[in-house]
Design a binder for this molecule. Structure first.
Ligand SMILES: [Zn+2]
Ligand SMILES: [Zn+2]
Length: 109
């Protein structure tokens, strides 16, 4: 069986993105914005599925660009991202991260 693809190195690039080097040679690119918009936790899923409210008042967190303050591996299969607004319930599996890759090559698909 083929080895599962895993990240070898993670690093921040500039102020708004994350680069991940994978064991299959791929380098994935992730913007914080897209990662947060795809947060798989139940709270964020509910939030995304709610119909938009026309009179919703913007929360302070929506005004400032959100940034992760920490990324920690969870077992061998996921990363937990802690955000600048204190949100930390989203677990991004490795598979999910690969699907969210925004590199030129993956963006073409
Ligand atoms: Zn979330
Ligand atoms: Zn890619």
């Amino acid at each position: 069986m083929a080895q599962p693809v895993r990240p070898i190195a993670l690093r921040k690039e500039g102020d708004d993105r994350l680069l991940i080097d994978w064991s299959d040679g791929h380098q994935s690119v992730h913007t914080w914005q897209k990662l947060r918009a795809n947060c798989p936790c139940a709270g964020c899923r509910d939030e995304r599925e709610k119909p938009p409210e026309p009179f919703r008042i913007l929360k302070p967190a929506e005004l400032a660009p959100l940034k992760p303050v920490g990324i920690a591996p969870v077992g061998h299969y996921a990363y937990k991202i802690t955000w600048s607004d204190g949100h930390d319930t989203g677990l991004f599996t490795l598979e999910h991260l690969r699907q969210l890759c925004e590199c030129v090559e993956c963006s073409k698909k």
